[in-house]
Structure formats: C-alpha cells, structure tokens
Write a protein that binds this ligand. Structure first.
Ligand SMILES: Cc1cc2nc3c(=O)[nH]c(=O)nc-3n(C[C@H](O)[C@H](O)[C@H](O)COP(=O)(O)OP(=O)(O)OC[C@H]3O[C@@H](n4cnc5c(N)ncnc54)[C@H](O)[C@@H]3O)c2cc1C
Length: 324
C-alpha cells in the first residue's frame, strides 16, 4: 500500500518540477550526492579514499523535451571528463529515457553514441540502467547496436522479470549488474512475491558468476550478500570477477565493511536537481527508509512517515500556490 503511494508520487509531474526548483529537500540530501558535478566529484573522491569505486548517475528520466535530453547528455559528457581529469575510480550509469528514448529512438541513439564514444577514449565503462518493461527491448537494442562499435557498454538484468534467465544467457559475455527490479510490473510478466524474486535473483547471480564476464551484485540485502560470499568461496571464484554495489547513503557501514573485507565495492552515486522520482522509488522499495532518512536529517527517533508526508505535501501546496 505505502509502496503504491510512493510509486504514484514518483510519477507526479508537479512535484518533479517543484523538486527541481527548490533543491534537495525532504531528506533527499542523504541519498543524493549533490546537485552539481563539482559536489559529486568531491563525494566520489571521498569514496575512492576508502577503497570504494563509483558509478555516477545524472538524475533524470522520461524526458520528452529535446533540449532537456541534450542538456542531460552535456552534463554526462562533463562527468566523464571530470572523472578522467581527477583520476577517479568511477564510471557512468545512465537511463535511455533521459537521453530521449521517448522522443525518438534515433535521437536517443545519437546521444548515447556520443557518450559511449567519449568514455571509450578513457576505457571507461558505461552502464545502461534498466527502466520499466516498456523500455526493456528498445534499451537492449540500443546496447546491441553500440556493441558493434564499442566494448565499454553493459546493462542491468532485473530479477523480477520471468524472462530474465533468457536475457542473462544472451548477454552473459558482458559486464552485467543484477538487481531485484524497482518498478511496478504486471503479474503476467513479473514475479510479485518477495520469495520468488529473491530465488530468481540468487539464481541469476550464481549463473553469471559462473558463466559471465563481470558481475555487479547490486543489493542492500545482507542475506543475498552472505549467500554470494559462500558461493564464491565454494566455487573458487576470483574476487576480480565481481563486485557488490549499493546506493549512495544506504547501509554505509556495510559498504565500508565489505570493501575492508577485500571485496570490490562500487557505490551508485546519483546527483542533480531531478532527484524527486528517484527518491520516491527508494521510499517505495523500503518504506522503513523513511526512518533512516529522517533520523539522519533530524538526528532523533521521532517523526516517521508523518514528517516526510508533511514535507511532500507542503512542497506540493507551495507549487500549487505559485501556479495560481
Ligand atoms: C547499485 C544499484 C543499482 C540499481 N539499478 C537498478 C536498475 O537499473 N533498474 C532497476 O529496476 N532497479 C535498480 N536498482 C534497484 C533494485 O532493483 C531494488 O529495487 C533495490 O535495490 C531494493 O532491493 P534490495 O535488493 O536492495 O533489497 P530489498 O528487497 O529492498 O531488501 C531486502 C532486505 O535487505 C535489508 N535492507 C534493505 N535495505 C536496507 C537498508 N537501507 N538498511 C538496512 N537494511 C536494509 C532488509 O532486511 C530488507 O528486508 C538498483 C539498486 C542498486 C543497489
């Protein structure tokens, strides 16, 4: 129920516009690295200093305006140059709908091509994040076309999809990130029960660890992480064949601990002013994150959901007033 509310809020255009205008609010600053490239570079440097690499995401999705898509491309190119100029251990994650997939396929491809080409000069990896089911096949197609020319591209396999095993077999020779899946998908195509998703998730991870090129295991779930640790030990899988990934601001202690234990660790670092939908999805995944975020913001144990809802609606009302 809360999940549906947050997914609903994540698609609210009014709120998205307000969020861009009023900067990081509602506790988003705990899970978004900043609104500028400069601030983000500083966060990546801090992560690198404790042995953690980064995959950087310029926040934004479902763009329907060409200018906005071109602006996003320019920012991503700036990120690539800044990562290289600062000698950072980082690469880029991006979303096709931010680069114009909903506007025109060829326009999106041109934008992606420019980015992948720029990154390839520095041997930098570009990860194509996976969005909702409607964008799955076009995103795979974009990737396949890019792979004809470049080898610094990979993508994401979402374990809640029943077709995920076929996709992972098809793309096993790539660097793949495996996740549970973040969007609301229909029962006809996606597992809905947590146990079913977890079972498929671990099955896919094991498959790619044994047969794939390089596996990014992206989860905050300690039970999954423990199973992976056991599996790599039992199967003598070398540590340079995989990494763990988590989102910026979540389970920080565990991120540091895994890096200290000698595992490759990569933090997903989102930044930019288009933070609202991303932030709401994180709350949808795990409404308890409200607690974690509010504790960090207010540094006390009170005010759970009420605080964030009050903030959300206050921001909404502020925008409504401005629009009148
Ligand atoms: C690096 C990264 C990249 C991603 N990229 C994509 C993508 O491209 N496409 C996509 O659809 N999805 C993506 N996701 C989101 C992913 O699909 C899941 O929705 C999200 O990670 C939540 O699932 P989970 O595996 O972390 O664990 P959950 O199923 O949310 O949680 C399982 C258990 O882990 C523990 N736990 C989880 N979070 C916390 C916490 N913050 N603090 C303490 N305990 C916790 C709890 O015990 C919880 O019950 C990405 C996730 C990560 C980490």
């Amino acid at each position: 129920m809360l999940k549906d509310i947050f997914i609903g809020l994540s698609k609210n255009q009014l709120m998205t516009t307000a969020a861009k205008k009023y900067g990081l609010k509602l506790g988003a600053q705990t899970v978004v690295a900043g609104t500028t490239v400069e601030a983000t570079i500083k966060s990546i440097r801090e992560l690198n200093s404790i042995g953690i690499s980064a995959t950087v995401d310029n926040l934004g999705e479902y763009v329907i305006d060409r200018e906005e898509a071109l602006k996003a491309k320019a920012t991503i190119l700036e990120v690539i140059e800044s990562i290289h100029a600062n000698g950072l251990d980082a690469h880029v994650s991006l979303k096709p709908t931010q680069l114009g997939l909903d506007i025109d396929y060829d326009f999106c491809y041109e934008n992606l091509h420019e980015i992948v080409s720029a990154a390839s000069k520095y041997d930098m990896h570009i990860n194509i994040d996976m969005e909702d089911y409607g964008h799955l096949d076009p995103s795979f197609e974009l990737m396949e076309t890019l792979l004809k020319e470049y080898n610094n591209v990979g993508t994401v396999i979402q374990a809640y999809f029943e077709r995920a095993q076929d996709d992972i077999e098809k793309y096993k020779d790539l660097r793949l990130r495996i996740v549970k899946g973040a969007y609301k998908e229909p029962v006809e195509i996606a597992y809905q029960m947590r146990e079913d998703i977890d079972e498929n998730f671990i099955k896919l991870i094991k498959y790619h660890l044994l047969h794939g090129k390089f596996t990014s295991i992206a989860t905050h779930d300690h039970q999954i992480i423990n199973q992976v640790k056991e599996f790599v030990k039992e199967n003598n899988i070398s540590y340079d064949k995989f990494e763990f990934q988590m989102l910026y601001g979540f389970r920080k202690d565990m991120q540091i601990e895994l890096a200290k234990q000698g595992y490759n660790f990569c933090t997903y670092v989102p930044f930019g002013d288009d933070w609202y939908a991303y932030f709401m999805r994180r709350l949808a995944e795990r409404p308890q994150n409200l607690n974690l975020i509010l504790k960090q913001v207010f540094n006390k144990r009170t005010n759970t959901a009420i605080g964030i809802f009050a903030g959300t609606f206050a921001l909404g009302r502020l925008t409504a007033k401005k629009r009148k």
